[in-house]
Design a binder for this molecule. Structure first.
Ligand SMILES: Cc1ncc(C[n+]2csc(CCOP(=O)(O)OP(=O)(O)O)c2C)c(N)n1
Ligand SMILES: [Mg+2]
Length: 624
């Protein structure tokens, strides 16, 4: 036997070289699995991964992040802009650098999107004794702070010897490619091992193209699912993020339009039904009343690529038809077994196309199609009426409506946790409005700007990218990726909705126990328990300017409109601070969502809230 050809590399060089050789191919389009490496260096990765990147291992480009959490969120923005076919790697030092990755890893894993995390780890040799930034665990010597990444990672491994990667990395790659169940893939590398050299088999670094195959549905389950649709009187389709990731929008529309089945969209699935004429909009507790009316009455729910989380199902109170049944079309076992669904395990596009073929010539009952059409027309008219009426002081929802009108079909608008995401979910019409990236799974404040940066880095968005954030989100940080954007020569618009507090949480408190506490950006008066004094004046534009961005304050819809046009032409990130009145969008979604209510008598009004809660909660159903 001739000896296997080997190449001597450090472990970090080998890891980067291996990942650089992995490619994906979907529908004939080939892309690198890893499009680049984000990093912040510290003693845990500066010499190992730093040296590997500096020596050009694998030819991967290094991007300098400003916070570890933001780097992961940027990678998520990037991979979502590639519909999961290409992602970024993120390297961090050890200790606080690693734990700073945890939140981003949670966002990735909850949303089932692949990102590669390469934190440094403790010394494998242990000859140093307790190390800088290494926590000494009381009951365990082999646990490090990187173990906090385990529950938020789809795959986790710790590399304590160079040759371990030869078997570990193909598993890590498989996890990155496992759409439907992907997430953060963490390969923690002991800091001494990063730099250790080994004679790796040369074949490890051969280019590999992984076909993102479209899993075909089983014939018998497909037939059973089609039969359920055929006999349904009131079918709907819930389009989740899986429809977008599978690039199945056209197949969804073909099925919906041919069979007259209304489509409703989850947050991650917003835009999936862009070509479906019976698109009733966002489903769930802050969704469109049209979508929720249809969901309430539906007798057959075809749930495609959705996790069916509580915000969507109204904590299992939304679907009220006594005969309702579910068909889940998904790749993830976890989703297939929910709601007592008939499990149609398949790629979203393959499944939808299979159903369309099996249902050829079938249309849903005319009364149901008319019912859906009327609900949609009514909702669109109501939205037009409400956002068409200008209030004296610009409200938050008017600002969202201006952004909706200004954004074009080739643009991308990024949202996460704030009042604005709910308002957008209610009023956005995917059939005519711009594509969005709504992160309301982990609902992580601080996702937006990094994700906008990641989307810009992906280069797949032909138009302009906008990130919509609250002032509370701005103050939480993760705005410093503006600096990275400037380094990389990328521009996008950031709109900060300035409503002087965490207003969606204030609304939550008012709904749960009737009073606001601790949510307003006010000074403390004396030793008052709550913050009730003067409202703080915060100059968000000056903040953005200090980082190198441009920006402007606006106080009216007309000013916002002009600013949005100006921002589009900017060669650098442009921040618009939109000063608004916090007014609830006067459209009731018609769906509920459970949150905890104190079982107490004070403050006054709590009993009533509790009673209203019991009424809403009584609609709860078990779906088994
Ligand atoms: C990282 C993180 N921390 C806390 C929360 C809980 N939370 C959800 S929305 C919100 C307030 C958002 O305030 P702001 O960004 O000003 O938006 P507004 O509701 O005022 O429109 C908070 C604290 C969260 N979703 N994410
Ligand atoms: Mg706010």
């Amino acid at each position: 036997m001739p000896r296997q050809k080997t190449i001597r590399l450090t472990t970090a060089q080998a890891i980067l070289r291996y990942f650089a050789a992995q490619h994906t191919r979907r529908d004939g389009r080939e892309r690198p699995l890893i499009g680049g490496v984000f990093g912040i260096f510290g003693h845990g990765n500066a010499s190992g991964f730093g040296h590997a990147l500096a020596t050009g291992a694998g030819g991967l480009t290094y991007h300098q992040g400003k916070s570890e959490q933001a780097m992961v969120h940027a990678a998520i923005g990037y991979v979502r802009a590639h519909n999961l076919a290409s992602t970024l790697a993120v390297t961090a030092s050890i200790g606080p650098a690693s734990t700073n990755l945890v939140t981003g890893a949670g966002t990735a894993t909850l949303n089932r999107v692949p990102v590669l995390l390469l934190p440094g780890d403790v010394f494998a040799s242990r000859r140093q004794g307790p190390i800088l930034q290494g926590l000494e665990m009381a009951g365990s010597y082999d646990m490090t702070v990187n173990d906090t990444l385990r529950p938020v990672s789809r795959f986790f491994d710790r590399i304590t010897r160079p040759e371990q990667i030869i078997h570990s990395l193909p598993h890590a790659t498989a996890a990155l490619l496992d759409h439907g169940q992907a997430g953060a893939v963490t390969v923690a590398v002991c800091q001494d091992v990063e730099g250790e050299a080994f004679d790796f088999p040369l074949a490890l670094f051969e280019t590999r193209v992984h076909d993102l195959e479209r899993l075909a549905p089983s014939e018998s389950v497909l037939a059973a699912a089609a039969e359920r649709v055929r006999t349904a009187r009131k079918p709907i389709i819930i389009a989740g993020g899986g429809v977008r990731y599978a690039e199945a929008e056209a197949s969804l529309a073909a099925l919906s339009n041919a069979c007259g089945i209304p489509v409703v969209e989850s947050f991650a699935g917003r835009g999936a039904g862009r070509a479906a004429s019976l698109n009733a909009g966002g489903i769930g507790f802050i969704g469109s009343p049209a979508a929720n009316e249809l969901a309430t009455e539906a007798d057959l729910v075809l749930a495609v690529g959705t996790r069916l989380s509580d915000t969507l199902t109204g904590s299992h109170t939304l679907f009220q038809n006594p005969d309702v049944s579910f068909v889940a079309l998904n790749l993830a076992e976890r989703d297939l077994c929910k709601m007592g669904a008939l499990a149609l395990r398949a790629d979203a596009r393959a499944g939808l196309e299979g159903l369309a073929a099996a249902l050829e010539g079938h249309t849903a009952p005319a009364e149901w199609r008319d019912r859906a059409d009327r609900a949609i027309v009514r909702h669109v008219a109501r939205v037009g009426e409400i956002v068409g009426t200008e209030n004296r002081r610009m409200t938050g929802y008017e600002a969202v409506a201006e952004i909706k009108d200004a954004a074009r079909r080739e643009d991308r608008v990024v949202f996460s946790s704030s009042t604005a995401i709910g308002q957008a979910h209610t009023i956005w019409d995917s059939r005519s409005d711009a594509p969005v990236d709504m992160e309301y799974g982990f609902s992580c404040m601080g996702y937006e700007i990094p994700a906008a940066l990641g989307a810009a880095m992906a280069g797949t968005v032909k138009g302009h990218i906008l990130a919509l954030i609250g002032d509370g989100t701005f103050l939480m940080g993760n705005t410093t990726e503006i600096v990275t954007a400037i380094q990389e020569g990328l521009a996008f618009t950031i709109v900060v909705v300035v409503n002087r507090g965490w207003q969606c949480i204030r609304g939550h408190q008012l709904g749960s126990y009737g009073e606001e506490f601790g949510t307003q950006f006010r000074r403390r008066e004396g030793n008052a328990r709550n913050l009730t004094g003067e409202t703080l004046a915060i100059d968000y534009v000056a903040n953005a300017r200090s980082l190198g961005a441009d920006g402007v304050d606006v106080h009216s819809r007309a000013e916002l409109r002009t600013a949005l046009e100006r921002a589009r032409r900017s060669d650098r990130p442009f921040l618009i601070a939109a000063h608004v009145e916090d007014a609830p969008l006067p459209i009731e979604s018609g769906a509920w969502w459970e949150f905890g209510i104190p079982q107490a008598d004070a403050p006054e009004g709590l009993r009533e809230t509790r009673a209203a809660f019991e009424v809403a909660a009584a609609k709860h159903r078990w779906f088994v």
